[in-house]
Write a protein that binds this ligand. Structure first.
Ligand SMILES: *Cc1c(COP(=O)(O)O)cnc(C)c1O
Length: 358
């Protein structure tokens, strides 16, 4: 039986996507070859990447001056590739520090220009999303992390910015509708909410590029991938294929509105139980709670029971619930593909556990 997969990433994928992908791994559309064996320049893969790009544009509603790129190196490569392509040494970029990933992005950007950290919740262990800060008009861009995977906070509203926003959307990419036009560049590692590890989606607006003076090696220049339709070198063929299948699944299931509706329902079920159950409590500011990564701990009085509860989740076919070491307790990642019944199973166990131990 399939387990309830609450892992933060690589994470749960839609069942029909896995089924289709496993068929393609053996014999792609009955042609007598595995997709893993096919040339990335052949007609089969050309059709796949074109469909992936078209679906991405349609699902988000991207205007024509945005390009969809399929890169490698993870979101972590974008921490330096973005400033490398966008920021001159004498220019300043504004960053908001909302978690360990944002902190890493800040550290990497410092190598390429001036970095101004205009807001941070680091001193409070990233338990909230800073708001009401001033965004300097002369900044080259504003860097945000839309969802903080480790701490379980999410940017539910993006600030009105006088400069283009560069956003790490790795862990809530395509989980809700959003207006793309304030964003100059969006990046997301596929393995949280889109597909398998191995590809990173970058969405970049035309006017963001071509302003830096430094030499950009071909493989680190976004324009190379725009010009070559992500096929300058051999791309991660299979992760792109599986991501395309997930995009089809998103479209079929009501697009981003459909995703948001389901995500809200799932998160509400779990947060209600966390707030109601006397054994558990949330870890972050209520208004900033993430719909994707739901973090909770046991009330001090019951803290000794954390290990036992975790063991019971595993005994009941649930995996990936151990909280990140910097938060402790539990983290239930409830990405697009996590079925509602997985959340219901977890809630039932929390209730049963409280009856026995409370
Ligand atoms: C997982 C994650 C990353 C790191 O992604 P890699 O693809 O492993 O480099 C960066 N940012 C956020 C928000 C993440 O969740």
């Amino acid at each position: 039986m399939k387990k309830h997969n609450f892992s933060a990433g690589p994470a749960v994928l839609p069942a029909p996507v896995l089924k289709e992908a496993s068929k393609a791994a053996l014999n792609y559309h009955g042609i007598g070859l595995s997709l893993l064996e096919l040339s990335h320049r052949g007609p089969e893969f050309t059709a796949i990447i074109e469909e992936a790009n078209a679906l991405m544009k349609e699902i988000i509603g991207l205007p024509d001056d945005y390009h969809v790129l399929w890169l490698t190196g993870g979101a972590s490569t974008q921490f330096f590739m973005a400033p490398f392509n966008l920021l001159n040494e004498d220019e300043t970029a504004a960053y908001v520090n909302t978690g360990v990933w944002a902190d890493k992005a800040i550290k990497e950007a410092k190598a390429f220009g001036n970095v101004s950290v205009i807001a941070s919740s680091k001193e409070q262990n990233y338990t909230f999303i800073p708001k009401g800060y001033k965004i300097p008009k002369d900044a080259k861009y504003l860097h945000l992390t839309s969802n903080n995977t480790i701490y379980g906070t999410q940017q539910h509203r993006f600030p009105k910015s006088p400069v283009p926003i560069v956003c790490d959307m790795s862990s809530d990419f395509l989980s809700r509708p959003f207006d793309p036009t304030p964003f100059g560049l969006i990046y997301a590692g596929a393995q949280k909410n889109l597909g398998p590890a191995g590809t990173t989606v970058v969405i970049v607006r035309e006017d963001m590029l071509g302003t830096v003076k430094r030499h950009l090696p071909s493989m680190l220049d976004y324009r190379t991938f725009i010009k070559e339709n992500s096929l300058y070198n051999t791309p991660p063929v299979f992760p792109i294929y599986v991501s395309m299948l997930t995009l089809r699944w998103i479209k079929k299931n009501g697009g981003l509105k459909g995703m948001q509706r389901k995500n809200k329902t799932k998160a509400a079920i779990l947060y209600n139980e966390i707030d109601r159950n006397p054994l558990f409590k949330g870890t972050v500011a209520t208004e900033d709670r993430s719909l994707m990564n739901i973090c909770f701990v046991m009330e001090e009085k019951y803290a000794a029971l954390e290990k036992e509860f975790l063991k019971e989740t595993e005994a009941n076919g649930m995996v990936g619930l151990k909280g990140h070491r910097s938060v402790g307790g539990f983290r239930a990642s409830a990405y697009n593909a996590l079925p509602k019944k997985s959340v219901e199973a977890l809630v039932a166990l929390m209730q049963d556990f409280a009856k026995r131990k409370g």
